[in-house]
Design a protein around this ligand. Sequence first.
Ligand code: TRP
Length: 354
Amino acid sequence: MQLRIVLARTQHLCHNAGQELLYGGPHVKTVVFSGVQPTGLIHLGNYLGAIRNWVRLQYQYESYYCVVDYHAITSAYEPSHLPERVLEAVAANVAAGLDPEQAVIFVQSQVPEHTELCWILNAVTPVGELQRMTQYKDKARRRATVSAGLLNYPILQAADILLYKGTLVPVGEDQAQHLELTREIARKFNATYGETFPEPEVLLGDCPRVMALNDPAVKMSKSIPGSYVALTDEPEAIREAIARAVTDVGPRPDGTMSPGVANLFDILEAFSPVETVERMRQAYAEGALRYADLKRVLAEDLVEALAPIRRRYRELMARPDAVRDIARQGAARAREVARTTLAEVRQKVGIITL
Ligand code: TRP
């Protein structure tokens, strides 16, 4: 079966505010689930590609947002820094607008049912499918030895989602393939053990891919210095990154915008008032736009738009106990659901109860 990709347009969601949007068909309750790596840094690409959607969805649906520390240990990382990275990820997402009153915000390792379901799903996952995953192939190619954890990463991701019977997964497009596999795992489990899991759908952000500021041929990435603006960057860092963004020496011969300038316009669309965007587009069309002006306006609008996020983040990180409390309470809520699903799964699989 083909993966159905649902594109959320801002207007679409707004017009339906307060009304139930039934992504999973009329009989399935919509449950939103997404996961975030504890990378310690959220940039504009992450925000526009996924997190901004999460913030909207939490007001409409039962929503779960999970910091995936067990996924993080499948890539190179520093064990002594991981706890801090996890707290930062919780704080950054709350600062970006996730509300612990609206959504269940928690840390994967604090709900052991994730790894338990992962093991059970191992038994219905074809190795060939895992080896086909683009993210796996990319990472495996760059390593001398490849761990089973790297290969099995998408099974844990499937377990994350299916544990809550998630039906809608807002992620960046790079995760679409993992979601396709999640659907296949759900189908195989259902076919083997009886109808249990809905097949979750992907929800992509309404912003096109945000490209690296200093190399618009590749995606914005935290591993490319100069490529990104982080949500928690200080004003000076934001101004500098934008000032150094790659543009061009004028429109291309065929009249189309170069990727670097198009990328700046995409970011402008996301953060600046409509009138500003119109004015800049108009100037560009007339050949009268000075990129220095575009960059200055964009940088100032970004500084202003990100200020509340930066402030909330600083406040939260100054009170790590408050952040821990958010994550603890989230885990307690998540666990109630996780336990129920796992009890059903164990029974269906034939695991003994003593
Ligand atoms: N693999 C995802 C990423 O790298 C993170 C993730 C883990 C996730 N579990 C998930 C995303 C479940 C959505 C749903 O971005």
